[in-house]
Design a protein around this ligand. Structure first.
Ligand code: HSE
Length: 446
Protein backbone atom coordinates (compact mmCIF):
# COMPACT_ATOMS: atom_id res chain seq x y z
CA UNK A 1 0.00 0.00 0.00
CA UNK A 2 1.30 3.48 -0.86
CA UNK A 3 2.57 5.50 2.11
CA UNK A 4 1.95 9.21 2.78
CA UNK A 5 4.22 10.68 5.46
CA UNK A 6 2.88 13.17 8.00
CA UNK A 7 4.86 15.50 10.27
CA UNK A 8 3.35 17.42 13.18
CA UNK A 9 4.39 20.76 14.64
CA UNK A 10 3.07 20.88 18.20
CA UNK A 11 1.64 17.99 20.16
CA UNK A 12 -0.64 19.51 22.79
CA UNK A 13 -4.25 18.51 23.36
CA UNK A 14 -5.35 18.48 19.71
CA UNK A 15 -2.04 17.09 18.42
CA UNK A 16 -2.33 14.20 20.86
CA UNK A 17 -5.83 13.50 19.54
CA UNK A 18 -4.55 13.55 15.95
CA UNK A 19 -1.77 11.09 16.81
CA UNK A 20 -4.24 8.81 18.61
CA UNK A 21 -6.60 8.70 15.61
CA UNK A 22 -3.77 8.18 13.10
CA UNK A 23 -2.44 5.27 15.14
CA UNK A 24 -5.61 3.70 16.54
CA UNK A 25 -7.85 4.22 13.50
CA UNK A 26 -5.17 3.26 10.99
CA UNK A 27 -7.22 0.51 9.37
CA UNK A 28 -10.36 2.66 9.07
CA UNK A 29 -8.41 5.48 7.44
CA UNK A 30 -6.62 3.09 5.08
CA UNK A 31 -9.92 1.59 4.03
CA UNK A 32 -11.12 5.06 3.06
CA UNK A 33 -7.90 6.51 1.65
CA UNK A 34 -6.41 3.47 -0.05
CA UNK A 35 -3.02 4.46 1.33
CA UNK A 36 -1.25 4.41 4.66
CA UNK A 37 -0.69 7.59 6.68
CA UNK A 38 2.61 7.33 8.55
CA UNK A 39 3.23 9.70 11.43
CA UNK A 40 6.89 10.24 10.70
CA UNK A 41 7.91 13.00 13.07
CA UNK A 42 6.37 15.18 15.80
CA UNK A 43 8.03 18.32 17.16
CA UNK A 44 7.06 19.68 20.56
CA UNK A 45 8.85 21.54 23.34
CA UNK A 46 7.80 18.79 25.77
CA UNK A 47 8.57 15.28 24.53
CA UNK A 48 8.70 13.68 28.00
CA UNK A 49 5.02 14.06 28.90
CA UNK A 50 3.01 10.85 28.92
CA UNK A 51 0.49 11.18 26.09
CA UNK A 52 -0.82 7.64 26.50
CA UNK A 53 0.44 6.79 23.01
CA UNK A 54 3.33 4.54 21.95
CA UNK A 55 5.58 6.38 19.49
CA UNK A 56 8.38 4.64 17.60
CA UNK A 57 11.94 5.64 18.45
CA UNK A 58 12.90 8.99 16.91
CA UNK A 59 9.35 10.18 16.12
CA UNK A 60 9.32 12.79 18.88
CA UNK A 61 11.76 15.68 18.62
CA UNK A 62 12.13 19.13 20.12
CA UNK A 63 13.51 20.44 16.82
CA UNK A 64 10.74 21.73 14.53
CA UNK A 65 13.19 22.06 11.62
CA UNK A 66 13.46 18.27 11.59
CA UNK A 67 9.80 18.20 10.57
CA UNK A 68 9.76 20.91 7.90
CA UNK A 69 13.14 19.82 6.44
CA UNK A 70 12.46 16.07 6.38
CA UNK A 71 12.46 15.18 2.65
CA UNK A 72 10.19 12.19 3.20
CA UNK A 73 7.37 14.14 4.86
CA UNK A 74 4.50 14.99 2.49
CA UNK A 75 2.07 16.77 4.82
CA UNK A 76 2.99 19.12 7.68
CA UNK A 77 0.33 19.71 10.33
CA UNK A 78 0.82 22.93 12.30
CA UNK A 79 -0.73 22.97 15.79
CA UNK A 80 1.60 25.36 17.58
CA UNK A 81 -0.78 28.32 17.45
CA UNK A 82 0.03 32.03 17.54
CA UNK A 83 1.34 34.24 14.78
CA UNK A 84 5.12 34.00 15.35
CA UNK A 85 7.09 30.82 14.86
CA UNK A 86 4.09 29.00 13.40
CA UNK A 87 4.06 31.32 10.38
CA UNK A 88 7.80 30.95 9.70
CA UNK A 89 7.58 27.18 9.91
CA UNK A 90 4.56 26.98 7.60
CA UNK A 91 6.27 29.23 5.02
CA UNK A 92 9.40 27.10 5.18
CA UNK A 93 7.41 23.89 4.85
CA UNK A 94 5.59 25.34 1.81
CA UNK A 95 8.92 26.27 0.22
CA UNK A 96 10.12 22.73 0.93
CA UNK A 97 7.22 21.37 -1.11
CA UNK A 98 5.01 20.17 1.77
CA UNK A 99 1.22 20.23 1.88
CA UNK A 100 -0.07 22.12 4.91
CA UNK A 101 -2.79 21.55 7.49
CA UNK A 102 -3.25 24.17 10.18
CA UNK A 103 -5.71 24.76 13.01
CA UNK A 104 -4.31 28.24 13.60
CA UNK A 105 -7.19 30.72 13.40
CA UNK A 106 -5.19 33.71 14.68
CA UNK A 107 -2.52 33.16 12.04
CA UNK A 108 -5.02 32.81 9.19
CA UNK A 109 -7.07 35.82 10.33
CA UNK A 110 -4.01 38.05 10.35
CA UNK A 111 -1.68 36.54 7.71
CA UNK A 112 -4.09 34.43 5.64
CA UNK A 113 -3.54 36.27 2.31
CA UNK A 114 0.25 35.93 2.55
CA UNK A 115 0.05 32.22 3.39
CA UNK A 116 -2.51 31.51 0.66
CA UNK A 117 -0.36 33.27 -1.92
CA UNK A 118 2.75 31.35 -0.84
CA UNK A 119 0.92 28.02 -0.98
CA UNK A 120 -0.52 28.75 -4.42
CA UNK A 121 2.87 29.85 -5.77
CA UNK A 122 4.40 26.58 -4.53
CA UNK A 123 1.53 24.34 -5.67
CA UNK A 124 0.81 23.41 -2.07
CA UNK A 125 -2.63 22.93 -0.57
CA UNK A 126 -3.33 24.71 2.70
CA UNK A 127 -6.22 23.20 4.63
CA UNK A 128 -7.71 24.69 7.78
CA UNK A 129 -10.95 22.95 8.76
CA UNK A 130 -9.99 22.83 12.46
CA UNK A 131 -9.40 26.58 12.64
CA UNK A 132 -13.12 27.34 13.04
CA UNK A 133 -15.76 25.49 15.00
CA UNK A 134 -13.72 22.40 15.96
CA UNK A 135 -15.46 19.39 14.48
CA UNK A 136 -18.17 21.31 12.60
CA UNK A 137 -17.39 21.05 8.86
CA UNK A 138 -18.01 24.75 8.25
CA UNK A 139 -14.91 25.36 6.12
CA UNK A 140 -15.68 22.51 3.76
CA UNK A 141 -19.32 23.59 3.65
CA UNK A 142 -18.41 27.11 2.57
CA UNK A 143 -15.50 26.12 0.36
CA UNK A 144 -17.16 23.22 -1.45
CA UNK A 145 -20.72 22.24 -0.54
CA UNK A 146 -22.29 25.70 -0.81
CA UNK A 147 -20.45 27.04 -3.86
CA UNK A 148 -23.70 27.46 -5.78
CA UNK A 149 -24.78 30.06 -3.25
CA UNK A 150 -24.22 33.70 -2.69
CA UNK A 151 -23.70 33.61 1.06
CA UNK A 152 -26.01 36.25 2.53
CA UNK A 153 -25.46 35.91 6.22
CA UNK A 154 -23.69 33.92 8.93
CA UNK A 155 -24.47 34.02 12.64
CA UNK A 156 -22.49 31.85 14.99
CA UNK A 157 -21.51 30.90 18.49
CA UNK A 158 -17.85 30.21 17.84
CA UNK A 159 -16.18 30.33 21.23
CA UNK A 160 -16.82 27.48 23.64
CA UNK A 161 -15.32 29.31 26.60
CA UNK A 162 -17.65 32.30 26.29
CA UNK A 163 -20.67 30.12 25.62
CA UNK A 164 -19.80 28.00 28.63
CA UNK A 165 -19.44 31.07 30.87
CA UNK A 166 -22.70 32.69 29.71
CA UNK A 167 -24.60 29.37 29.96
CA UNK A 168 -23.25 28.71 33.45
CA UNK A 169 -24.18 32.17 34.74
CA UNK A 170 -27.63 31.75 33.15
CA UNK A 171 -28.15 28.26 34.60
CA UNK A 172 -26.94 28.62 38.16
CA UNK A 173 -25.89 32.22 38.82
CA UNK A 174 -22.19 31.32 38.92
CA UNK A 175 -19.91 34.30 38.84
CA UNK A 176 -17.96 35.12 35.69
CA UNK A 177 -14.66 34.10 37.33
CA UNK A 178 -16.01 30.80 38.70
CA UNK A 179 -17.30 29.88 35.25
CA UNK A 180 -14.03 30.91 33.54
CA UNK A 181 -12.00 28.81 35.99
CA UNK A 182 -14.08 25.73 35.09
CA UNK A 183 -13.64 26.42 31.36
CA UNK A 184 -9.88 26.64 31.87
CA UNK A 185 -9.84 23.41 33.88
CA UNK A 186 -11.80 21.66 31.11
CA UNK A 187 -9.09 22.71 28.64
CA UNK A 188 -11.04 24.62 26.00
CA UNK A 189 -9.97 28.14 27.00
CA UNK A 190 -7.01 29.63 25.13
CA UNK A 191 -3.66 29.81 26.93
CA UNK A 192 -4.48 33.50 27.33
CA UNK A 193 -8.23 33.48 28.13
CA UNK A 194 -8.42 37.19 27.27
CA UNK A 195 -8.51 35.98 23.65
CA UNK A 196 -11.72 34.11 24.48
CA UNK A 197 -13.58 36.49 26.79
CA UNK A 198 -12.46 39.59 24.88
CA UNK A 199 -14.11 38.22 21.71
CA UNK A 200 -10.82 38.09 19.76
CA UNK A 201 -10.85 34.31 19.19
CA UNK A 202 -14.38 34.59 17.80
CA UNK A 203 -13.27 37.46 15.54
CA UNK A 204 -10.33 35.43 14.21
CA UNK A 205 -12.77 32.70 13.22
CA UNK A 206 -15.28 35.17 11.77
CA UNK A 207 -12.57 36.81 9.63
CA UNK A 208 -11.78 33.41 8.11
CA UNK A 209 -15.44 32.55 7.48
CA UNK A 210 -16.23 35.95 5.96
CA UNK A 211 -13.23 35.74 3.62
CA UNK A 212 -14.41 32.29 2.49
CA UNK A 213 -18.06 33.25 2.19
CA UNK A 214 -17.63 36.42 0.16
CA UNK A 215 -14.28 35.84 -1.57
CA UNK A 216 -12.69 38.85 0.03
CA UNK A 217 -9.70 39.71 2.15
CA UNK A 218 -11.47 40.63 5.38
CA UNK A 219 -9.07 42.58 7.53
CA UNK A 220 -9.35 41.22 11.06
CA UNK A 221 -8.48 44.68 12.42
CA UNK A 222 -11.61 46.15 10.78
CA UNK A 223 -13.95 43.84 12.69
CA UNK A 224 -15.80 45.41 15.60
CA UNK A 225 -15.05 43.28 18.67
CA UNK A 226 -16.71 43.41 22.07
CA UNK A 227 -16.27 40.57 24.58
CA UNK A 228 -18.39 39.30 27.45
CA UNK A 229 -16.52 40.73 30.42
CA UNK A 230 -19.13 43.45 31.06
CA UNK A 231 -22.16 41.13 30.92
CA UNK A 232 -23.74 40.92 34.37
CA UNK A 233 -26.10 38.34 35.88
CA UNK A 234 -28.64 41.18 36.18
CA UNK A 235 -28.70 41.65 32.40
CA UNK A 236 -29.01 37.90 31.90
CA UNK A 237 -32.06 37.89 34.20
CA UNK A 238 -33.65 40.86 32.42
CA UNK A 239 -32.95 39.23 29.06
CA UNK A 240 -34.81 36.11 30.20
CA UNK A 241 -37.80 38.20 31.31
CA UNK A 242 -38.00 39.72 27.83
CA UNK A 243 -37.72 36.28 26.17
CA UNK A 244 -34.07 36.49 25.21
CA UNK A 245 -30.78 34.74 25.96
CA UNK A 246 -27.45 36.51 25.82
CA UNK A 247 -24.84 34.89 23.57
CA UNK A 248 -21.50 36.06 22.24
CA UNK A 249 -22.34 36.21 18.54
CA UNK A 250 -20.18 36.22 15.46
CA UNK A 251 -22.25 38.14 12.90
CA UNK A 252 -21.43 38.52 9.23
CA UNK A 253 -23.92 39.98 6.76
CA UNK A 254 -23.41 40.40 3.05
CA UNK A 255 -24.50 43.89 2.12
CA UNK A 256 -23.20 43.81 -1.42
CA UNK A 257 -20.69 46.67 -1.42
CA UNK A 258 -19.86 46.20 2.25
CA UNK A 259 -19.79 43.39 4.78
CA UNK A 260 -21.34 43.89 8.20
CA UNK A 261 -18.88 41.83 10.27
CA UNK A 262 -18.90 42.10 14.06
CA UNK A 263 -18.49 40.21 17.32
CA UNK A 264 -20.41 41.23 20.42
CA UNK A 265 -22.78 39.88 23.05
CA UNK A 266 -26.31 39.93 21.73
CA UNK A 267 -29.77 39.07 22.95
CA UNK A 268 -31.47 36.46 20.80
CA UNK A 269 -35.07 35.28 21.21
CA UNK A 270 -35.86 31.85 22.68
CA UNK A 271 -37.24 30.74 19.30
CA UNK A 272 -33.85 31.28 17.65
CA UNK A 273 -32.17 27.84 17.59
CA UNK A 274 -28.86 29.41 18.58
CA UNK A 275 -30.38 30.28 21.96
CA UNK A 276 -30.50 26.52 22.68
CA UNK A 277 -26.75 26.05 22.19
CA UNK A 278 -25.36 25.78 25.68
CA UNK A 279 -22.14 24.89 27.46
CA UNK A 280 -18.99 24.75 25.38
CA UNK A 281 -20.87 23.80 22.21
CA UNK A 282 -20.61 25.88 19.04
CA UNK A 283 -23.13 26.44 16.28
CA UNK A 284 -23.36 28.46 13.11
CA UNK A 285 -26.26 29.41 10.92
CA UNK A 286 -25.42 30.12 7.29
CA UNK A 287 -27.93 31.70 4.93
CA UNK A 288 -27.35 31.04 1.24
CA UNK A 289 -29.50 32.49 -1.53
CA UNK A 290 -30.19 29.05 -2.99
CA UNK A 291 -30.28 26.84 0.12
CA UNK A 292 -31.91 29.19 2.62
CA UNK A 293 -30.84 28.44 6.19
CA UNK A 294 -28.35 25.77 7.26
CA UNK A 295 -27.25 25.18 10.85
CA UNK A 296 -24.17 23.29 11.97
CA UNK A 297 -23.82 22.39 15.63
CA UNK A 298 -21.16 20.53 17.59
CA UNK A 299 -18.06 20.63 19.72
CA UNK A 300 -16.02 23.67 18.81
CA UNK A 301 -13.03 22.62 20.87
CA UNK A 302 -11.54 19.65 22.67
CA UNK A 303 -9.09 16.89 21.82
CA UNK A 304 -11.07 14.45 19.69
CA UNK A 305 -13.62 16.75 17.99
CA UNK A 306 -10.87 19.09 16.79
CA UNK A 307 -8.57 16.18 15.88
CA UNK A 308 -11.41 14.80 13.75
CA UNK A 309 -11.35 18.00 11.67
CA UNK A 310 -7.54 17.90 11.36
CA UNK A 311 -7.64 14.29 10.16
CA UNK A 312 -10.26 15.15 7.54
CA UNK A 313 -7.86 17.79 6.17
CA UNK A 314 -4.92 15.35 6.20
CA UNK A 315 -6.96 12.78 4.28
CA UNK A 316 -8.16 15.44 1.78
CA UNK A 317 -4.57 16.47 1.07
CA UNK A 318 -3.43 12.86 0.90
CA UNK A 319 -6.17 12.14 -1.65
CA UNK A 320 -5.00 15.13 -3.70
CA UNK A 321 -1.43 13.82 -3.59
CA UNK A 322 -2.51 10.32 -4.60
CA UNK A 323 -4.48 11.59 -7.59
CA UNK A 324 -2.10 14.39 -8.59
CA UNK A 325 -4.91 16.86 -7.84
CA UNK A 326 -3.08 19.25 -5.53
CA UNK A 327 -4.40 22.81 -5.97
CA UNK A 328 -7.79 21.57 -7.21
CA UNK A 329 -9.66 23.73 -4.68
CA UNK A 330 -8.37 27.28 -4.08
CA UNK A 331 -7.79 28.10 -0.40
CA UNK A 332 -10.72 30.54 -0.27
CA UNK A 333 -12.69 28.64 -2.92
CA UNK A 334 -12.56 31.73 -5.20
CA UNK A 335 -9.94 32.07 -7.94
CA UNK A 336 -7.18 34.44 -6.86
CA UNK A 337 -8.07 37.00 -9.54
CA UNK A 338 -11.69 37.00 -8.31
CA UNK A 339 -10.81 37.86 -4.69
CA UNK A 340 -12.21 41.31 -3.88
CA UNK A 341 -11.57 43.75 -1.08
CA UNK A 342 -15.00 44.34 0.42
CA UNK A 343 -14.86 46.99 3.16
CA UNK A 344 -16.29 46.20 6.57
CA UNK A 345 -19.27 48.36 7.56
CA UNK A 346 -18.23 50.64 10.45
CA UNK A 347 -20.08 49.77 13.66
CA UNK A 348 -21.58 53.27 13.86
CA UNK A 349 -23.48 52.56 10.66
CA UNK A 350 -25.22 49.36 11.77
CA UNK A 351 -28.94 49.46 12.49
CA UNK A 352 -30.42 47.07 14.99
CA UNK A 353 -32.57 46.77 18.13
CA UNK A 354 -31.07 47.67 21.48
CA UNK A 355 -31.40 46.88 25.17
CA UNK A 356 -30.35 49.67 27.53
CA UNK A 357 -30.03 49.52 31.30
CA UNK A 358 -29.68 52.74 33.25
CA UNK A 359 -29.09 53.14 36.97
CA UNK A 360 -31.56 55.95 37.63
CA UNK A 361 -32.80 57.83 40.67
CA UNK A 362 -36.34 56.68 41.49
CA UNK A 363 -38.25 59.94 41.28
CA UNK A 364 -41.00 61.45 39.11
CA UNK A 365 -39.97 62.62 35.65
CA UNK A 366 -36.90 60.40 35.32
CA UNK A 367 -38.32 58.19 32.61
CA UNK A 368 -39.55 61.12 30.56
CA UNK A 369 -36.10 62.76 30.69
CA UNK A 370 -34.40 59.59 29.42
CA UNK A 371 -37.11 59.01 26.81
CA UNK A 372 -36.79 62.65 25.72
CA UNK A 373 -33.10 62.28 24.92
CA UNK A 374 -33.75 59.06 23.03
CA UNK A 375 -36.54 60.79 21.08
CA UNK A 376 -34.23 63.69 20.21
CA UNK A 377 -31.99 61.13 18.53
CA UNK A 378 -34.79 59.44 16.68
CA UNK A 379 -34.64 56.32 18.85
CA UNK A 380 -38.05 54.77 19.33
CA UNK A 381 -38.71 52.88 22.58
CA UNK A 382 -40.44 49.51 22.32
CA UNK A 383 -40.82 48.78 26.03
CA UNK A 384 -39.71 50.08 29.43
CA UNK A 385 -39.28 48.24 32.70
CA UNK A 386 -38.32 49.56 36.07
CA UNK A 387 -37.50 46.93 38.62
CA UNK A 388 -37.70 47.38 42.36
CA UNK A 389 -37.98 50.59 44.28
CA UNK A 390 -35.42 52.08 46.58
CA UNK A 391 -35.91 54.99 48.95
CA UNK A 392 -32.41 56.09 48.11
CA UNK A 393 -29.81 55.19 45.51
CA UNK A 394 -30.47 54.05 41.98
CA UNK A 395 -32.86 51.53 40.45
CA UNK A 396 -32.35 49.71 37.18
CA UNK A 397 -34.41 51.14 34.33
CA UNK A 398 -34.43 48.89 31.31
CA UNK A 399 -35.53 49.89 27.81
CA UNK A 400 -35.83 47.98 24.57
CA UNK A 401 -35.82 49.92 21.31
CA UNK A 402 -37.10 49.51 17.80
CA UNK A 403 -34.49 49.57 15.03
CA UNK A 404 -32.05 52.42 15.57
CA UNK A 405 -28.69 53.49 14.19
CA UNK A 406 -25.66 52.79 16.35
CA UNK A 407 -24.19 56.28 15.89
CA UNK A 408 -27.40 57.88 17.22
CA UNK A 409 -27.53 55.40 20.08
CA UNK A 410 -24.02 56.29 21.18
CA UNK A 411 -24.77 60.03 21.12
CA UNK A 412 -27.98 59.54 23.07
CA UNK A 413 -26.32 57.35 25.71
CA UNK A 414 -23.52 59.89 26.17
CA UNK A 415 -26.15 62.59 26.82
CA UNK A 416 -28.12 60.37 29.18
CA UNK A 417 -24.95 59.49 31.14
CA UNK A 418 -24.42 63.18 31.75
CA UNK A 419 -27.88 63.61 33.34
CA UNK A 420 -27.80 63.98 37.12
CA UNK A 421 -30.61 61.50 37.51
CA UNK A 422 -28.44 58.70 36.08
CA UNK A 423 -25.43 57.18 37.77
CA UNK A 424 -22.70 55.04 36.21
CA UNK A 425 -22.32 54.08 32.60
CA UNK A 426 -25.46 52.87 30.79
CA UNK A 427 -25.40 49.25 29.64
CA UNK A 428 -25.97 48.63 25.92
CA UNK A 429 -26.63 45.17 24.50
CA UNK A 430 -27.61 44.73 20.87
CA UNK A 431 -30.60 42.54 20.04
CA UNK A 432 -30.59 40.21 17.02
CA UNK A 433 -34.32 39.73 16.59
CA UNK A 434 -35.83 39.30 13.20
CA UNK A 435 -39.45 39.71 14.17
CA UNK A 436 -40.43 41.31 10.92
CA UNK A 437 -38.63 44.59 11.23
CA UNK A 438 -34.93 43.90 10.89
CA UNK A 439 -33.75 45.92 7.95
CA UNK A 440 -30.32 44.28 8.16
CA UNK A 441 -31.82 41.40 6.27
CA UNK A 442 -30.21 41.21 2.86
CA UNK A 443 -31.67 38.41 0.78
CA UNK A 444 -31.98 38.60 -2.96
CA UNK A 445 -33.51 35.69 -4.84
CA UNK A 446 -31.21 33.91 -7.30
N1 HSE B 1 -10.63 28.72 23.07
C1 HSE B 1 -11.45 28.24 22.01
C2 HSE B 1 -12.87 28.11 22.54
C3 HSE B 1 -10.93 26.92 21.52
O1 HSE B 1 -13.10 28.29 23.74
O2 HSE B 1 -13.77 27.87 21.76
C4 HSE B 1 -11.31 26.57 20.14
O3 HSE B 1 -10.89 27.50 19.20
Amino acid sequence: MKKIYVGMLGCGTVGTGVAKILIRRKALIESRLGASLILKRIADIDIQRDRNIFFDEGVLTTDAQKVVDDPLIDIVVEMIGGVGVAKDLILKAIRNGKQIVTANKALLAVHGPELFKASEANHADLAFEASVGGCMPIIKSLRESLIANQIMEMTGILNGTCNFILSKITADNSTFHEALAIAQAKGFAETDPALDVGGFDTAHKLAILSALAYGTEINYNDIYIEGITLITPLDIVFAREFGYKIKLLAISKNRGDTADVRVHPAMIPFDNLLSEINGSLNAIKVVGDAVGDIILYGHGAGMMPTASAVISDIVDLARNLLTGATGRIPALSFQTNAIKKIPVLPIDKIRTHYYFRFAAIDQPGVLSKIAGVLGDHNISIKSVHQKGRKSEGAVPVVMLTHIAQEASVKKALAEISALEIVSGKPVLIRIEDKNGEDDNQVRKPV
